[in-house]
Design a protein around this ligand. Structure first.
Ligand code: AMP
Ligand code: GLY
Length: 423
């Protein structure tokens, strides 16, 4: 099958590897891809926001399946346009991707259909005084979120009224997130442990991939600023069968039904970002796509015909009969450029000084080839994933192999999955 994967991160590299593993005859194109995706397919130099050119390319090349990685093209309607031309696509139409694209939409959906989430209020920029009055009466900490897409950075946790007021001014008066922050959600702070659940769905039926836990803070012990994700492990140690049933019955099933009722059938990967407190799940966010870096670990546990699973969803009726899940665990450590998530240097040569172990995969996030040399080209550079029968061994293997990688200014967290091991 000829498959086009849209995106350039570790997630897309991992999706590509899983598709190739399902059937070695699959022919992959990545748009635009990275230094690693070149090992398993070709890279197409088209901007991911150029919907018309992507559709033209897919038609011209007789692409049989398009898998869309990032949120922006989904929200902008890439899937709609591909579907219009009869090209099978894995990823929701814009009407359904709004579940990630507008937090005020997903919050009101959850309220209307009684899906457990944090209490909240929405304020527009024109309601500055009303928002201040609300903040004066609020309990702290609380959370302020930009309504629109902000590359995972549009969320701040405020510990006092003064801090919240300062943030409000940043969003409304200094346009910290541009249009995405003209509307904000002020939300109750939820205590608990975060888990990511990916439900692959044709809009009605679904298949849940192994659970995972991301590490969003830059530094060890969950300190420092939020990032796109510094590492993950799968499956989560706190997820039990009882919890999965609660998540299905209270969150996944009602959300899919709600989306269908609202004429926004959701087809693709429904990413449920959850907080679990005392064995009770609540939604902190929905995303309309696979998570990065969780996908690198989650898909390393999947065997069988992942390609058929994604194609069946694209064709409208999910078939997961040829999927098996390895009875192992996976952990990935994200290696970033010094300065990330703020400014960082690019073009640093990457060396791999020793052969990586057999149960290790190196997913590229921000790399490219430059005159025969592999160099850094992004903040998050590599995601090194290891699988093993237990988390202790997987973690040990991952870190032993991370030490075989070198580039100037490389940085990573040293405590991915450490809390889970201590439990
Ligand atoms: P989001 O982009 O909505 O996933 O938020 C980014 C991060 O902020 C989440 O991964 C959480 O760590 C944190 N966060 C978001 N909402 C809440 C909340 N209501 N309570 C506690 N932490 C939150
Ligand atoms: N790992 C978080 C995300 O993909 O949104």
């Amino acid at each position: 099958m000829k498959i086009l994967i849209v995106g350039s991160g570790g997630r897309e590299h991992a999706i590509g590897k899983a598709l190739k593993r399902s059937c070695s005859e699959n022919k992959l194109s990545f748009l635009p891809g990275n230094g690693g995706t070149l090992e398993i397919g070709e890279n197409i130099e088209i901007n991911i926001n150029d919907i018309d050119s992507i559709v033209d390319y897919s038609r011209l090349e007789n692409i049989e399946l398009v898998v869309i990685g990032p949120e922006q093209p989904l929200v902008d309607g890439l899937a709609n346009k591909l579907r219009k031309y009869g090209i099978p696509v894995f990823g929701p139409n814009s009407e359904a991707a709004i579940i990630e694209g507008e937090k005020s939409f997903s919050k009101s959906l959850m309220k209307k259909y009684k899906i457990p989430t944090a209490d909240y209020e929405v304020f527009h920029k024109s309601e500055y005084q009303k928002a201040i009055n609300y903040l004066e009466k609020s309990v702290y900490p609380l959370v302020i979120k930009a309504d629109g897409l902000a590359a995972g950075k549009g969320v701040v946790i405020c510990n006092s009224f003064e801090e919240a007021k300062r943030e409000l001014i940043e969003y409304f008066q200094h346009a910290k997130f541009g249009v995405a922050g003209e509307k904000i959600i002020i939300e109750e702070f939820l205590e608990g442990e975060e888990v990511s659940i990916f439900a692959l769905t044709d809009g009605k039926k679904y298949y849940i991939l192994p659970s995972s836990q991301d590490h969003k803070k830059l530094l060890d012990n969950d300190e420092g600023p939020n990032t796109g994700g510094m590492g993950a492990y799968s499956p989560s140690r706190i997820i039990t069968q009882d919890l999965i049933s609660k998540i299905e019955n209270r969150i996944i099933i009602p959300t899919l039904k709600a989306m269908e009722t609202e004429n926004r059938l959701f087809s693709g990967c429904l990413y449920c970002g959850l907080i679990i407190d005392k064995n009770e799940p609540k939604v902190i966010e929905f995303n309309a796509r696979f998570g990065d870096p969780e996908t690198e670990s989650v898909l390393s546990l999947i065997e069988g015909r992942f390609d058929k699973l994604l194609l069946s969803i694209a064709l409208g009726e999910i078939d997961y009969s040829e999927i098996q899940v390895k009875n192992e665990v996976a952990i990935n450590v994200v290696i970033v450029s010094e300065g990330y998530p703020n400014t960082y240097k690019k073009g640093k040569e990457i060396s791999i000084i020793d052969k990586l172990s057999e149960n290790v995969d190196l997913f590229h996030m921000g790399t490219k080839w430059d005159n025969g040399k592999l160099v850094t080209s992004g903040g998050r550079v590599l995601s090194l994933n290891a699988t093993a029968p237990n988390l202790e061994l997987a973690t040990k293997t991952a870190y032993e192999n991370v030490s075989k990688i070198q580039f100037e200014g490389m940085f990573y967290r040293t405590d991915i999955a450490a809390k889970a091991i201590k439990k």
